[in-house]
Design a protein around this ligand. Structure first.
Ligand code: SAH
Ligand code: SF4
Ligand code: F3S
Length: 458
């Protein structure tokens, strides 16, 4: 299959020879989508295209879509409209791929209302892109390449990574959880884990190329299933940490129901593993959690979080919360606030429930009115912001090791970095720091979304 695609890579490259063609990719989704975009970029570069940011100046534009919440649709239609205008005066190939193309109603809509789109591909057919581009640019065909069945796992696709320092590695595809609000299992198919050896091989190669950090990706990363030797996620973490050269290991997203003691031990025993862990809560109410099909209760979540705090010194938790799930009462929402009061989340990604066609929750009659959803969202936001202030104050006067990320976006005379707990710190004193330097900094002020600090003399 991939060999077949290599032939098309050669053909397209030949066709594009000495034309200096440009491509751009707009990634609209999560880390997994971003990782897919890196693979798409890898194939395009082999076909002789060069990356630029401005899609209006590109010869080939790829939109890699997301459909986890409704607002993504409006955004995509706006972008397609912009390309349509450009298409009137210049040759530009438009390819749309990703999760939204796996939704039948969206696929039909694009085909009907936007017939000028050149290539449509889904989440299981990324590897066919060379052939699809060949058909579009040589044969002038409109291509639709979306399949419903779970794709195989294709190893060895070329990849062009966004960073030279940090790399994402998808360890499993799909999701079997069917949380009742979520469309991901429908558009990404069933869980498929990559073979441990393939993952380790990829990470060893990254280490050889000078990468220092890896993030292991999966929609339910800790339900990873390996082989006889490296059986599960905990085993995989232990093996990844043995790779010399890799200094930091991160993962996203784990599910609380699969957070085994072995995984907790693996984190505790390996200093390379990040102490910032994302542990999606979704709701703090046991009845709502059951209706969401999350498979844990409020108490189980709290017990897990507390156990993790006890066993992993320096642990910092972040989370995802959905407000306004169908049928959620004020009292049930109070339970969510209660969990937020009890756990010191460093960051909360808050979402207003969005009805996704085809999911179990979308069929419910008791959808929550928009104004109530917004009210709850604001309440949660206020509570969290007050907690951040309280939390930040604890840093004032302390000395922290700050990992420099570069000059600050807001003031070029300052640097921006992060504490080991992921807090953004703006460093007042100017010195010549390089990205990746670790600097001792005294924290002097709290600005809610960031802390201000002074570099200590070394
Ligand atoms: N697999 C990950 C999350 C994937 S989607 C996990 O289970 O944690 C990222 C986040 O989007 C989810 O955690 C959830 O909070 C939010 N989300 C998913 N579907 C949603 C919907 N229909 N409405 C609002 N938020 C949603
Ligand atoms: Fe969606 Fe739940 Fe799967 Fe996450 S675990 S992708 S929220 S179904
Ligand atoms: Fe969106 Fe698909 Fe990721 S729906 S959140 S891009 S898996």
């Amino acid at each position: 299959m991939l060999e077949e695609q290599e032939k098309y890579i050669v053909k397209v490259k030949e066709k594009n020879k000495s034309k200096n063609l440009k491509y751009s990719i707009l990634t609209m989704g999560c880390e997994l989508n971003e990782n897919d975009s890196e693979k798409i970029a890898g194939m395009l570069e082999e076909m002789g295209y060069t990356k630029i940011d401005d899609y209006k100046k590109s010869d080939l534009v790829i939109f890699n879509t997301c459909c986890v919440r409704e607002n993504a649709e409006e955004r995509l239609f706006g972008k397609i409209g912009e390309i349509k205008k450009i298409k009137e005066s210049q040759d530009i190939i438009l390819a749309i791929g990703g999760c939204m193309m796996q939704e039948k109603n969206m696929l039909d809509k694009i085909k009907k209302s936007y017939p000028f789109v050149d290539i449509i591909f889904g989440t299981h057919t990324i590897q066919n892109l060379p052939e699809n581009i060949y058909k579009a640019i040589v044969k002038n065909e409109k291509v639709k390449d979306v399949i419903d069945i779970d794709g195989e796992i294709f190893e060895g696709l070329p990849i062009k990574r966004n960073s030279k320092f940090k790399a994402s590695v998808t360890i499993m595809y799909g999701c079997d959880n069917f949380c009742s609000y979520c469309i991901v299992p429908y558009v990404r198919g069933r869980e498929r884990s990559r073979k441990p050896e393939k993952i380790l091989e990829e990470i060893r190669k990254l280490a050889d190329e000078g990468y220092k950090e890896v993030t292991l990706l999966g929609q339910n990363v800790n339900s990873y299933k390996g082989d006889e030797k490296i059986k599960n996620f905990a085993d995989l973490l232990n093996e990844v940490c043995k790779i010399d050269g890799i200094k930091k290991v991160d993962f996203i997203s784990p599910h609380p129901k699969d957070f085994s003691d072995e995984v907790i031990d693996a984190i505790r025993n390996n200093e390379k593993i990040s102490r910032i862990i994302h542990l999606p809560l979704q709701s703090g109410n046991t009845k709502v959690l059951k209706e969401m099909n999350r498979k844990y209760t409020k108490e189980q979540y709290l017990n897990l979080a507390n156990k993790m705090y006890e066993r992993i010194p320096g642990l910092v938790l972040s989370t995802d919360i959905i407000v306004g799930f169908p049928g959620e009462t004020d009292q049930e929402f109070e339970d969510t606030l209660d969990v937020v009061r009890k756990i010191n989340f460093e960051q909360i990604f808050m979402f207003i429930y969005s009805k996704r066609e085809g999911t179990v929750a979308s069929k419910r009659e008791d959808q929550i009115p928009e104004d109530i959803k917004h009210e709850r969202f604001n309440k949660l936001k206020e509570l969290f912001e007050a907690k951040i202030d309280e939390n930040n104050k604890k840093y004032i006067g302390t000395v922290q090791n700050i990992l420099i990320e570069g000059p600050s976006k807001y003031n070029e005379n300052t640097y921006e970095g992060r504490t080991s707990t992921n807090k953004v710190v703006i460093i007042e004193q100017k010195d010549n720091y390089k990205i990746g330097d670790v600097v001792k900094v005294k924290i002097i002020e709290n600005h809610k979304w960031y802390l201000k600090g002074e570099a200590m003399c070394s």
